[in-house]
Design a protein around this ligand. Sequence first.
Ligand code: GLY
Length: 361
Amino acid sequence: MRSADIRRKFVAYFVERGHREVPSSSLVPADDPTLLFTNSGMVQFKRTFLGQERRDYVRAVTVQKCVRAGGKHNDLEQVGLTRRHHTFFEMLGNFSFGDYFKRDAIAFAWEFVTGPAWLGIPPERLRVTVHHTDDEARRLWREVAGLPDDRIYGLGDKDNFWQMGDTGPCGPCSEIYVDLEWRPGMAPPALAQDEFERLAEEGRFLEIWNLVFMQFDRSADGTLAPLPKPSVDTGAGLERIAAVLQGEDDNFHADTFRPLLDRVGTLVGRPYDRAAPERVSYRVLADHARAVAFLLADGVYPSNEGRGYVLRRILRRAVRHAWLLGRREPTLAPLTEVVVAEMGDAYPELRARAGFIRDVT
Ligand code: GLY
Protein backbone atom coordinates (compact mmCIF):
# COMPACT_ATOMS: atom_id res chain seq x y z
CA MET A 1 0.00 0.00 0.00
CA ARG A 2 1.41 3.38 -0.98
CA SER A 3 1.93 6.08 1.62
CA ALA A 4 -0.66 8.35 -0.03
CA ASP A 5 -3.23 5.56 0.39
CA ILE A 6 -2.31 5.04 4.04
CA ARG A 7 -2.83 8.75 4.75
CA ARG A 8 -6.15 8.71 2.94
CA LYS A 9 -7.42 5.54 4.64
CA PHE A 10 -6.41 6.76 8.09
CA VAL A 11 -8.36 9.96 7.75
CA ALA A 12 -11.35 8.19 6.14
CA TYR A 13 -11.50 5.59 8.93
CA PHE A 14 -11.65 8.17 11.70
CA VAL A 15 -13.94 10.59 9.88
CA GLU A 16 -16.39 7.69 9.47
CA ARG A 17 -16.22 7.31 13.26
CA GLY A 18 -17.13 10.89 14.03
CA HIS A 19 -13.71 12.59 14.04
CA ARG A 20 -13.16 16.06 12.59
CA GLU A 21 -10.41 16.11 9.97
CA VAL A 22 -8.06 18.88 11.11
CA PRO A 23 -5.17 20.02 8.88
CA SER A 24 -1.60 19.59 10.05
CA SER A 25 -0.44 22.60 12.02
CA SER A 26 2.81 24.39 11.20
CA LEU A 27 6.15 22.90 12.22
CA VAL A 28 6.55 26.09 14.26
CA PRO A 29 4.28 25.66 17.29
CA ALA A 30 1.95 28.63 17.72
CA ASP A 31 2.52 30.57 20.95
CA ASP A 32 4.47 27.78 22.63
CA PRO A 33 7.94 28.80 23.78
CA THR A 34 8.36 25.41 25.54
CA LEU A 35 8.85 23.66 22.21
CA LEU A 36 11.27 24.21 19.34
CA PHE A 37 9.30 22.33 16.67
CA THR A 38 6.01 20.50 16.46
CA ASN A 39 7.12 17.03 17.51
CA SER A 40 3.82 15.16 17.49
CA GLY A 41 0.18 15.38 16.55
CA MET A 42 -1.04 16.56 19.94
CA VAL A 43 0.93 19.82 19.93
CA GLN A 44 -1.80 21.84 18.22
CA PHE A 45 -4.30 20.46 20.76
CA LYS A 46 -2.25 21.10 23.89
CA ARG A 47 -4.51 23.86 25.20
CA THR A 48 -7.59 21.77 24.46
CA PHE A 49 -6.24 18.85 26.52
CA LEU A 50 -5.47 21.28 29.34
CA GLY A 51 -9.04 22.63 29.28
CA GLN A 52 -7.81 26.14 28.38
CA GLU A 53 -9.48 26.16 24.96
CA ARG A 54 -12.77 24.71 23.76
CA ARG A 55 -13.34 23.42 20.23
CA ASP A 56 -16.62 22.68 18.54
CA TYR A 57 -15.66 19.01 18.21
CA VAL A 58 -14.49 16.39 20.71
CA ARG A 59 -12.82 13.96 18.27
CA ALA A 60 -10.15 14.84 15.74
CA VAL A 61 -7.94 13.12 13.18
CA THR A 62 -4.76 14.57 11.69
CA VAL A 63 -1.75 13.79 9.55
CA GLN A 64 0.80 16.01 11.26
CA LYS A 65 4.15 17.30 10.01
CA CYS A 66 6.74 16.71 12.74
CA VAL A 67 10.39 17.54 13.26
CA ARG A 68 12.50 15.94 15.96
CA ALA A 69 15.82 17.75 15.80
CA GLY A 70 16.88 20.01 18.63
CA GLY A 71 14.93 20.02 21.89
CA LYS A 72 13.60 17.04 23.84
CA HIS A 73 13.13 14.54 21.01
CA ASN A 74 16.42 15.09 19.17
CA ASP A 75 17.39 12.51 16.57
CA LEU A 76 19.64 14.51 14.25
CA GLU A 77 22.94 12.67 14.72
CA GLN A 78 21.28 9.27 14.34
CA VAL A 79 19.73 10.07 11.00
CA GLY A 80 21.13 8.09 8.09
CA LEU A 81 22.80 5.53 10.34
CA THR A 82 19.65 3.72 11.41
CA ARG A 83 16.59 2.32 9.68
CA ARG A 84 14.14 4.56 11.46
CA HIS A 85 15.43 7.90 12.65
CA HIS A 86 14.27 10.95 10.76
CA THR A 87 14.39 14.66 11.32
CA PHE A 88 11.09 15.24 9.50
CA PHE A 89 8.31 12.67 9.57
CA GLU A 90 4.53 12.45 9.34
CA MET A 91 2.47 11.32 12.29
CA LEU A 92 -1.03 9.92 11.93
CA GLY A 93 -3.14 10.60 14.98
CA ASN A 94 -6.65 10.39 16.38
CA PHE A 95 -7.64 12.41 19.41
CA SER A 96 -10.41 12.48 21.97
CA PHE A 97 -10.92 15.59 24.07
CA GLY A 98 -12.72 14.23 27.11
CA ASP A 99 -14.89 12.03 24.89
CA TYR A 100 -13.85 8.36 24.43
CA PHE A 101 -11.02 6.88 26.48
CA LYS A 102 -9.10 3.61 26.62
CA ARG A 103 -11.72 1.15 25.38
CA ASP A 104 -12.56 2.98 22.16
CA ALA A 105 -8.98 4.06 21.54
CA ILE A 106 -7.94 0.41 21.61
CA ALA A 107 -10.92 -0.76 19.55
CA PHE A 108 -10.29 1.87 16.84
CA ALA A 109 -6.57 1.14 16.67
CA TRP A 110 -7.10 -2.58 16.45
CA GLU A 111 -9.76 -2.37 13.76
CA PHE A 112 -7.74 0.06 11.67
CA VAL A 113 -4.51 -1.94 11.93
CA THR A 114 -5.98 -5.41 11.36
CA GLY A 115 -9.21 -4.78 9.40
CA PRO A 116 -9.00 -6.15 5.83
CA ALA A 117 -10.56 -2.93 4.50
CA TRP A 118 -7.89 -0.86 6.28
CA LEU A 119 -4.27 -1.84 6.90
CA GLY A 120 -5.04 -5.57 7.07
CA ILE A 121 -2.00 -6.55 9.17
CA PRO A 122 -2.57 -10.12 10.46
CA PRO A 123 -3.22 -10.14 14.24
CA GLU A 124 -0.62 -12.92 14.66
CA ARG A 125 2.07 -10.37 13.73
CA LEU A 126 1.12 -8.02 16.54
CA ARG A 127 1.99 -7.55 20.21
CA VAL A 128 1.33 -4.65 22.52
CA THR A 129 2.88 -2.99 25.53
CA VAL A 130 1.07 -1.19 28.32
CA HIS A 131 2.30 0.78 31.31
CA HIS A 132 3.08 -1.85 33.96
CA THR A 133 0.54 -0.31 36.36
CA ASP A 134 -2.23 -0.13 33.75
CA ASP A 135 -4.26 -3.29 34.39
CA GLU A 136 -7.25 -1.71 32.69
CA ALA A 137 -5.46 -1.33 29.34
CA ARG A 138 -4.12 -4.88 29.62
CA ARG A 139 -7.64 -6.20 30.21
CA LEU A 140 -9.04 -4.16 27.33
CA TRP A 141 -6.46 -5.50 24.87
CA ARG A 142 -7.60 -9.01 25.85
CA GLU A 143 -11.30 -8.19 25.73
CA VAL A 144 -11.54 -5.84 22.77
CA ALA A 145 -8.75 -7.15 20.53
CA GLY A 146 -8.73 -10.76 21.73
CA LEU A 147 -4.96 -10.60 22.28
CA PRO A 148 -3.67 -13.35 24.56
CA ASP A 149 -2.05 -12.14 27.75
CA ASP A 150 1.37 -13.49 26.73
CA ARG A 151 1.51 -10.98 23.87
CA ILE A 152 0.84 -8.01 26.19
CA TYR A 153 3.90 -6.69 28.01
CA GLY A 154 4.01 -4.25 30.92
CA LEU A 155 6.84 -1.70 30.66
CA GLY A 156 7.93 1.22 32.82
CA ASP A 157 7.90 4.99 32.48
CA LYS A 158 10.83 5.08 30.02
CA ASP A 159 8.83 3.28 27.33
CA ASN A 160 5.21 3.62 28.32
CA PHE A 161 4.69 7.09 29.70
CA TRP A 162 4.49 9.81 27.07
CA GLN A 163 5.01 13.53 27.41
CA MET A 164 5.33 16.21 24.79
CA GLY A 165 8.12 18.07 26.57
CA ASP A 166 9.37 18.80 30.08
CA THR A 167 5.97 20.27 30.94
CA GLY A 168 2.46 19.83 29.60
CA PRO A 169 -0.09 17.07 28.96
CA CYS A 170 1.10 13.51 29.49
CA GLY A 171 -0.01 10.05 30.52
CA PRO A 172 0.60 6.33 30.41
CA CYS A 173 0.65 4.84 26.95
CA SER A 174 0.24 1.60 25.10
CA GLU A 175 2.16 0.69 21.97
CA ILE A 176 1.47 -1.69 19.10
CA TYR A 177 4.41 -3.66 17.68
CA VAL A 178 4.73 -5.61 14.43
CA ASP A 179 6.90 -8.71 14.10
CA LEU A 180 9.01 -8.08 11.00
CA GLU A 181 10.04 -11.74 10.79
CA TRP A 182 6.55 -13.17 10.85
CA ARG A 183 5.58 -15.10 7.70
CA PRO A 184 2.07 -16.31 6.71
CA GLY A 185 1.12 -19.49 8.53
CA MET A 186 3.62 -18.93 11.33
CA ALA A 187 2.33 -19.23 14.91
CA PRO A 188 3.46 -16.25 17.01
CA PRO A 189 6.47 -17.45 19.02
CA ALA A 190 6.13 -17.49 22.81
CA LEU A 191 8.43 -14.76 24.10
CA ALA A 192 9.06 -13.77 27.68
CA GLN A 193 9.17 -10.06 28.36
CA ASP A 194 12.97 -9.80 28.40
CA GLU A 195 13.22 -11.64 25.07
CA PHE A 196 10.59 -9.37 23.54
CA GLU A 197 12.42 -6.27 24.79
CA ARG A 198 15.72 -7.55 23.39
CA LEU A 199 14.16 -8.31 20.00
CA ALA A 200 12.44 -4.91 19.93
CA GLU A 201 15.81 -3.29 20.67
CA GLU A 202 17.42 -5.30 17.85
CA GLY A 203 14.68 -4.25 15.42
CA ARG A 204 12.70 -7.44 14.92
CA PHE A 205 9.69 -5.90 16.65
CA LEU A 206 8.78 -2.49 15.35
CA GLU A 207 6.54 -0.06 17.22
CA ILE A 208 3.98 1.33 14.80
CA TRP A 209 1.47 3.08 17.00
CA ASN A 210 1.39 4.75 20.38
CA LEU A 211 -1.89 5.27 22.22
CA VAL A 212 -1.48 7.85 24.95
CA PHE A 213 -4.08 7.95 27.69
CA MET A 214 -3.75 11.63 28.54
CA GLN A 215 -4.49 12.12 32.18
CA PHE A 216 -2.02 14.64 33.64
CA ASP A 217 -0.43 18.04 33.21
CA ARG A 218 3.22 18.02 34.28
CA SER A 219 4.44 21.29 35.77
CA ALA A 220 8.04 22.55 35.81
CA ASP A 221 8.69 21.11 39.30
CA GLY A 222 7.66 17.65 38.04
CA THR A 223 4.29 17.40 39.78
CA LEU A 224 1.42 15.80 37.91
CA ALA A 225 -1.98 17.48 38.12
CA PRO A 226 -5.00 15.62 36.71
CA LEU A 227 -6.37 16.97 33.41
CA PRO A 228 -9.96 18.26 33.52
CA LYS A 229 -11.06 15.20 31.53
CA PRO A 230 -9.21 11.99 30.59
CA SER A 231 -8.41 12.19 26.88
CA VAL A 232 -6.70 10.29 24.10
CA ASP A 233 -3.74 11.22 21.93
CA THR A 234 -2.33 8.73 19.46
CA GLY A 235 0.67 8.79 17.17
CA ALA A 236 1.55 6.42 14.32
CA GLY A 237 4.58 7.07 12.14
CA LEU A 238 3.56 7.04 8.48
CA GLU A 239 7.06 6.11 7.30
CA ARG A 240 7.15 2.99 9.48
CA ILE A 241 3.70 1.84 8.48
CA ALA A 242 4.53 2.38 4.81
CA ALA A 243 7.67 0.26 5.19
CA VAL A 244 5.76 -2.58 6.87
CA LEU A 245 3.02 -2.57 4.25
CA GLN A 246 5.54 -2.40 1.42
CA GLY A 247 7.46 -5.41 2.81
CA GLU A 248 10.54 -3.38 3.72
CA ASP A 249 12.41 -3.58 7.01
CA ASP A 250 13.94 -0.13 6.55
CA ASN A 251 11.90 3.10 6.33
CA PHE A 252 14.29 4.52 3.75
CA HIS A 253 13.36 1.75 1.32
CA ALA A 254 9.65 2.62 1.30
CA ASP A 255 8.04 5.04 -1.16
CA THR A 256 8.40 7.90 1.35
CA PHE A 257 12.16 8.04 0.67
CA ARG A 258 12.89 5.89 -2.38
CA PRO A 259 12.41 8.62 -5.03
CA LEU A 260 14.86 10.79 -3.08
CA LEU A 261 17.48 8.04 -2.83
CA ASP A 262 17.07 7.44 -6.56
CA ARG A 263 17.53 11.14 -7.27
CA VAL A 264 20.70 11.26 -5.18
CA GLY A 265 21.92 8.32 -7.28
CA THR A 266 21.23 10.22 -10.51
CA LEU A 267 23.02 13.32 -9.23
CA VAL A 268 26.02 11.38 -7.98
CA GLY A 269 26.14 9.02 -10.96
CA ARG A 270 25.95 5.86 -8.84
CA PRO A 271 22.64 4.27 -7.85
CA TYR A 272 21.84 3.83 -4.15
CA ASP A 273 23.34 0.56 -2.91
CA ARG A 274 21.95 -0.61 0.42
CA ALA A 275 25.15 -2.58 1.12
CA ALA A 276 27.65 0.19 0.36
CA PRO A 277 29.11 2.23 3.25
CA GLU A 278 28.30 5.45 1.38
CA ARG A 279 24.59 4.60 1.66
CA VAL A 280 24.58 6.67 4.88
CA SER A 281 25.17 9.86 2.89
CA TYR A 282 22.33 9.04 0.46
CA ARG A 283 20.03 8.55 3.42
CA VAL A 284 21.13 11.73 5.17
CA LEU A 285 20.46 13.69 1.99
CA ALA A 286 17.05 12.07 1.46
CA ASP A 287 16.02 12.80 5.04
CA HIS A 288 17.41 16.29 5.25
CA ALA A 289 15.89 17.39 1.93
CA ARG A 290 12.46 16.71 3.41
CA ALA A 291 13.19 18.58 6.65
CA VAL A 292 14.70 21.54 4.84
CA ALA A 293 11.83 21.85 2.35
CA PHE A 294 9.16 21.63 5.04
CA LEU A 295 10.91 23.97 7.50
CA LEU A 296 11.44 26.59 4.82
CA ALA A 297 7.82 26.23 3.70
CA ASP A 298 6.74 26.92 7.30
CA GLY A 299 8.81 30.09 7.49
CA VAL A 300 11.93 28.92 9.36
CA TYR A 301 15.04 30.61 7.98
CA PRO A 302 18.66 29.52 8.61
CA SER A 303 20.19 31.65 11.37
CA ASN A 304 22.44 31.54 14.42
CA GLU A 305 19.87 30.76 17.08
CA GLY A 306 16.81 28.74 17.97
CA ARG A 307 14.90 27.13 15.15
CA GLY A 308 16.97 28.81 12.48
CA TYR A 309 20.13 27.36 14.02
CA VAL A 310 18.74 23.81 13.91
CA LEU A 311 17.84 24.34 10.24
CA ARG A 312 21.37 25.59 9.61
CA ARG A 313 22.82 22.46 11.23
CA ILE A 314 20.60 20.27 9.06
CA LEU A 315 21.69 22.19 5.95
CA ARG A 316 25.37 21.89 6.89
CA ARG A 317 25.08 18.19 7.58
CA ALA A 318 23.44 17.70 4.18
CA VAL A 319 26.16 19.69 2.42
CA ARG A 320 28.87 17.67 4.19
CA HIS A 321 27.32 14.40 3.02
CA ALA A 322 26.92 15.68 -0.54
CA TRP A 323 30.61 16.58 -0.41
CA LEU A 324 31.46 13.07 0.88
CA LEU A 325 29.70 11.66 -2.18
CA GLY A 326 31.92 13.79 -4.39
CA ARG A 327 29.37 16.45 -5.23
CA ARG A 328 30.70 19.95 -5.68
CA GLU A 329 27.49 21.35 -7.22
CA PRO A 330 24.26 22.30 -5.40
CA THR A 331 22.60 19.06 -4.34
CA LEU A 332 19.79 19.92 -1.96
CA ALA A 333 17.95 22.15 -4.45
CA PRO A 334 17.19 19.32 -6.92
CA LEU A 335 16.29 17.07 -4.00
CA THR A 336 13.81 19.54 -2.55
CA GLU A 337 12.19 19.62 -6.00
CA VAL A 338 11.54 15.89 -5.58
CA VAL A 339 10.02 16.57 -2.14
CA VAL A 340 7.69 19.18 -3.66
CA ALA A 341 6.70 16.85 -6.51
CA GLU A 342 6.09 13.84 -4.21
CA MET A 343 4.38 15.60 -1.32
CA GLY A 344 2.93 18.78 -2.81
CA ASP A 345 -0.55 17.22 -3.17
CA ALA A 346 -0.75 16.43 0.54
CA TYR A 347 0.97 19.69 1.60
CA PRO A 348 0.09 22.54 -0.79
CA GLU A 349 2.38 24.94 1.11
CA LEU A 350 5.30 23.14 -0.53
CA ARG A 351 4.09 24.12 -4.00
CA ALA A 352 3.23 27.63 -2.87
CA ARG A 353 6.79 28.19 -1.62
CA ALA A 354 8.67 26.03 -4.13
CA GLY A 355 10.58 28.97 -5.63
CA PHE A 356 11.70 30.18 -2.22
CA ILE A 357 12.79 26.68 -1.17
CA ARG A 358 14.83 26.27 -4.35
CA ASP A 359 16.47 29.70 -3.89
CA VAL A 360 17.54 29.08 -0.29
CA THR A 361 18.95 25.60 -0.97
N1 GLY B 1 1.84 11.86 21.06
C1 GLY B 1 2.07 10.49 20.89
C2 GLY B 1 3.36 10.13 20.28
O1 GLY B 1 4.05 11.01 19.80
O2 GLY B 1 3.71 9.00 20.25
